[in-house]
Design a protein. Structure first.
Lengths: 281, 281, 281, 281
């Protein structure tokens, strides 16, 4: 996230992302011709969104984040939705847009965790607390107010989410595991120490760690969602391609997994006549 | 479809659909305030797309078309895709857009039938043929060139599609079953008379009749797709509302209907090292 | 909104919206064949979403709601977005999906007003207040807490929004202007009586009245957004059709309305070398 | 593109893209945990879509392709559409889906060029021709049949498109500029040699070279569109983020670039009465 307020210019529209000149395209001020062959796609991704070139450790951390949730079998709403969509409309872009639209508050959005981490860090600085004290306070408040801490827990993993741990390790090794991320981890430790046995098994999940790393890299919550969604698109492209080659058209929900519980059949003429004479509400 | 070429004005953008004045909104020249309470939604739909008020018989025919494919259980790609999408992203507009995107060349698009009907009609007029002669010629040509005639055949119905017949009857009664539609029906008769026993069972299906009526009403093929898709949205809204109230999140493809046939597990370090030394292609 | 909790059946998926039998399709229990020619599209829309046939006055009110925001020149984000989209991807469904996605918390969503109206009504009943007393209390609380009341104010209209008034009049005449809607109007009166001169000019706008009528008709907030968005699609189809016939491809933001304020040109090789040696954060 | 036909298994759904096991996720057979930190995002992109690990030169070429069309000021339909969309619906995923949907047959789709290149290559092999002979034949046929050769010409560049040349150079240096790509280039030379002076200035453009490289890397035409669209998303995320921070809501088409040429105002009551008595068509 470019931290300075955008220079909005004097016309109705304004952008600082890129500009087109007579014989070249400037991407955040750099000639596109130099970026082709000069940067990996991940590095260009950083440049476009943040407005400056990344350092090598930032590229390493971002690449790890972009690999964290690559694909998940047929257990993702977006994958299922995209395959259904292209079975009726065999269009790559329609399928991709469909998958993008399946990401939101229940899945693939690190925004909530990111806001929690940022708020926790801000409150610690305001209070002049140690990381341990802040974690203790925040977990206590959450327990008192029965608030859920975002980014904890995973249906398949107990105590540790191996993918999340790998991502964290790379962030640590890259030097991008700063105080915000450390506080989030300390909050997890304090949470586990005081939680019920069942909740004490909850690891920081992949989205939680992803949010922690992206906070350290300075992305805004909305930009994080954009990155998380984009990182799933190679898998989406692969699924759409596989679906199109399957030769199946007009996919349905198979009867073996579908109920139609309302078995009543109604008489239209009878009900419509009755409805026609119904008095105003 | 407004038949005159659009007046494009002298500026970059131009529209004749509606305009906003100081104290009123003009829809195709009519004060919106008069349309509220003055027209049914179907009639306004006609006005907006065709640029003129419909006659009563046109409203009757259009209402019948808009009711022809209201919903289809869980057997529609768009319904499935929309329900998956909102199980991850609980947003009405995201779900609706998803359902819209599932319509295309395999489903819900009367465009192909419409172009066939229009071309058949145009060729008949050019040749100065009777409807019967044109139908004979067109079916013969299709047989010789092994071309599929669009709008024929339905998985559930033989000989007659009752919904399509009802729609046709209303069009006939409304006086909007003109020569294009009659030729299409005659083509169907000629097709059935000469087809193999199995193909001779194929009825004109709902999309075929829908296209025939919409050709008579003067809509363009793209506008027909727009109308067909819009007509399914009340059902889509109902499905999305039902899905959101179900309380289920992050829908998956259930294991009982999913195969993961590639059981091979590969060794990343080994393959990556090998790959790293692979010579250029 | 069907008020009973959905019967979820015993399988993974379940729906009560429609079912397909061997020789017919049942829509909320009614044979689709009877609805074709039996109902207007607006009435079918009511049936699909609410699960029962509408009374005549409900159809009248719903038709008025569906006509309230038909189109708005080139002043709607969704219209602009859809026209840009099809200038790159000439697809009716892609354009329609794009317009749908432009509706949200800043436009075309009566959800917020609907929740306000429903909450106000519920609190009045809980308190056993008269409509006047409840309105006085609610406006006072909003003023104290500096809360904005949704659905008030319009950029073009002062004191009265003529479209909103027309819509209300039809709802009154149809007998669907009940206590919730009356309370909302009384809240507006109390607000105007105590507001600053500038705010006292604010009318109830079209979305506010639309929400009030849809609350009386018993739709859920999400369903209201679905209906509002669907009601704009005839206009969207007309705009897309007009755009496709314009012959223009790859629309841009014209230079006369675009600024590119960041004029700095950077040197990639220099900055990239420097970046490469940057220490960890 | 995985070249073997997909093993569809025996159940309704089947995938070979990834699978979820008790304690790990397998991506094309590899443990996701190994890919995090083991591959760049571009390399994972190759793995997911093609089903095997890339060689280093393939990663280099793919990274160059993914950087070729990063952003283009406010001259892209998808950028404009996405910014309009989020001005009404401030949602990152809605904006991204909107941008995706603006890609199609007029922009950002290398599919047409890819099919041309593949067909040319296939016909050369079938005829046993040299590259020069095949190029001569193909350009002659195109001239006779007045066919446009896809991927030639750019509004801003004459003779050479510098971005396209840079991309080609990297492909050559990486050893992924094979016979298909060479034939395409030879076709361009033969075209220029025989074209009118104006057409002789046409370079191979960025999309043409992108298609040539992606053909050599073995992607299917649909997968190429997926990759091209995905490669623009960092720019899209940046534009959406910039738009959201601008504080502007409900963007319109500014009056200075909009015409409303149809100035006629019509009388609803008069026309509607007349329409009501119009005889059947």
């Amino acid at each position: 996230m470019s931290t300075s307020p955008p220079d909005t210019g004097t016309k109705y529209w304004s952008t600082q992302v890129s500009r087109v000149e007579d014989s070249r395209v400037l991407i955040r001020g750099y000639d596109l011709q130099d970026l082709i062959g000069g940067l990996t796609f991940s590095a260009s991704c950083f440049l476009l969104i943040k407005g400056r070139l990344p350092a090598p450790n930032e590229i390493t951390a971002l690449d790890a984040v972009l690999n964290a949730v690559l694909d998940y079998g047929l257990y993702k709403p977006g994958t299922a939705a995209a395959r259904y969509a292209v079975s009726g409309n065999p269009s790559m872009v329609a399928g991709m847009a469909t998958a993008v639209l399946s990401a939101g508050s229940y899945t693939l959005a690190p925004e909530e965790s990111a806001r929690f981490i940022t708020d926790a860090h801000t409150s610690r600085l305001a209070n002049g607390e140690t990381i341990a004290d802040a974690a203790h306070r925040i977990v206590g408040t959450a327990a008192d107010q029965k608030l859920r801490i975002p980014g904890f827990g995973h249906p398949a993993f107990k105590h540790l989410d191996p993918r999340a741990q790998k991502l964290k390790q790379i962030a640590v090794d890259s030097g991008v595991w700063g105080e915000s991320a450390q506080l989030y981890e300390e909050i997890h430790r304090a949470f586990v120490a005081t939680a019920s046995p069942k909740k004490a098994e909850m690891p920081i999940n992949d989205v939680g760690i992803m949010a922690a790393v992206l906070v350290e890299l300075g992305f805004s919550p909305e930009e994080m969602t954009g990155l998380a969604v984009m990182s799933t698109l190679p898998g989406v492209i692969a699924h759409i391609s596989e679906e199109m080659r399957s030769g199946k058209r007009i996919r349905v929900i198979p009867d073996e997994v579908a109920d139609y519980p309302d078995t009543e059949t109604k008489n239209f003429d009878k009900d419509w006549s009755a409805s026609a004479w119904q008095p105003a509400l």
